[in-house]
Each structure stands twice: as structure tokens, then as C-alpha cells.
Design a protein around this ligand. Structure first.
Ligand code: TYD
Length: 201
């Protein structure tokens, strides 16, 4: 039925919003599934371990990028597409846009190649709607611990480039940008309003 994704830099509050959306969809008796990236499948979760392991300090940017794409290819083929074909509602905690922002802009691999490989990996499956929870530097620094995983231990310079990537992406019509400093309830009301205006349950 529909593919909805959540995006934003680490600590933006995506998980809380996804939990609130799950409760809402259950109440409405909507058939839905939620997957996280990287991961969401058994093979994808194994790839996730490699990607987020802090010991893997010498991972090349290209290797990192291809591993994210590999996890995504597995998830889309084995879980997402079959569900969409059955008419289900699928929610993804991160998707292609994360690779454009983190690998394309953050790691400077460039948007073009990232999009091209991801279109191959997903057979050009794009979301219907993407919620981007925007976060400022101060909030980011407060929320993310320095002892986080391999990606979270990147510095502010890296994150600034990632944010620039998201800013670029948010010009697309499927993007809904939300200020993550708003209260959880206000953010959620905003999300529901958008969902109800796009899909009928
Ligand atoms: P996770 O713990 O799931 O973070 P979050 O709760 O912020 O989503 O870790 C995923 C990390 O991987 C996160 O730092 C973003 C990064 N990432 C990429 O760099 N590229 C990608 O394509 C994806 C899906 C995630």
C-alpha cells in the first residue's frame, strides 16, 4: 500500500515517533511492518554488526557504502516488496536518503553514484513519504554520547555535511521536514496529519 520512511541524524528522535506511529496504526487496524536499516533481515543484521562495530576503524568509505546498499537490497527484496505487493503499510527507520546524506555528502562519495547503486539495489523503489526530523548542533551534542557506535563517533564536521545532504534532499516533494525541538506530541500530530492526508485507512 505505502512506503513511509523516517530520516534524520543520530539523536533526532525518530525511534520515539515510530513507536507512536505503531500504536496509532494498531488502533486503526492497519496491517503494517517496521524495519530498521541497516538490518531488518537476518543477513542485514549481520551486515549491521560489521558496519557499527567500533573496532572496524579502517573501513573504506566505499566498503561502508556498499555494505549499507547490500543490507538494503536484502531487505527490499525479501521483506519490503512482498509486503507492499500484499497491500501492507511499510515503515522504514532510514532508507536510501541516509546513504545519500551519510555516504554521499558525509563521506563525500557524491550523490550521483550513491543514487545509481541504490536504484540498482532497490530496483528503484522510492518512499511515498519521508519524515525528516531536523536537529541543530546544540541538541545533537546533548543527545549523542561520544561512546556511541562507529558512525556516532564521527565528529561534528561529518555531521554538518550529513545535514547539508538532508537539506538538499528535503527539497524533494515527498520530504516532510519537522523541527525535532518541538514536543514529541506536536511532532506526532504533524506526522499523523500528513499521513492522513496521503493515505486513507
Ligand atoms: P542506528 O543505531 O540505527 O542509528 P539511528 O538510531 O540514528 O538510526 O545506526 C545506524 C547508523 O548508520 C547511523 O549512524 C546512520 C548510519 N547510516 C548510514 O551511514 N548510511 C545508511 O545508508 C544507513 C541506513 C545508516
Amino acid at each position: 500500500m505505502a512506503l513511509v520512511t523516517f530520516e534524520g541524524i543520530d539523536g533526532c528522535g525518530k525511534s520515539t515517533q515510530i513507536e507512536m506511529l505503531k500504536t496509532y496504526l494498531k488502533k486503526k487496524n492497519v496491517e503494517f511492518s517496521v524495519f530498521r536499516e541497516p538490518g531488518g533481515t537476518s543477513i542485514g543484521e549481520q551486515i549491521r554488526q560489521i558496519l557499527l562495530n567500533r573496532d572496524n576503524t579502517d573501513m573504506s568509505a566505499k566498503t561502508e557504502f556498499l555494505l549499507y546498499a547490500a543490507s538494503r537490497a536484502q531487505l527490499v527484496e525479501k521483506e519490503v516488496k512482498p509486503r507492499l505487493e500484499r497491500g501492507e503499510f511499510v515503515i522504514l527507520d532510514r532508507y536510501i536518503d541516509s546513504s545519500v546524506a551519510y555516504q554521499g555528502f558525509g563521506r563525500k562519495l557524491g550523490k550521483r553514484m550513491v543514487v545509481l547503486i541504490n536504484e540498482f539495489a532497490t530496483e528503484v523503489l522510492y518512499p511515498d513519504l519521508t519524515f525528516y526530523l531536523e536537529i541543530d548542533e546544540e541538541t545533537f551534542k546533548k543527545r549523542v554520547r561520544s561512546s556511541g557506535d562507529r558512525m556516532e563517533s564521527e565528529g561534528w564536521d561529518f555531521m554538518e555535511r550529513v545535514i547539508k545532504g538532508y537539506e538538499f534532499l528535503s527539497k524533494s516533494r515527498r520530504f516532510v521536514k519537522i523541527d525535532s525541538r518541538l514536543s514529541q506530541d506536536r511532532i506526532f500530530n504533524y506526522i499523523i496529519r500528513e499521513i492522513e492526508s496521503h493515505f486513507s485507512f
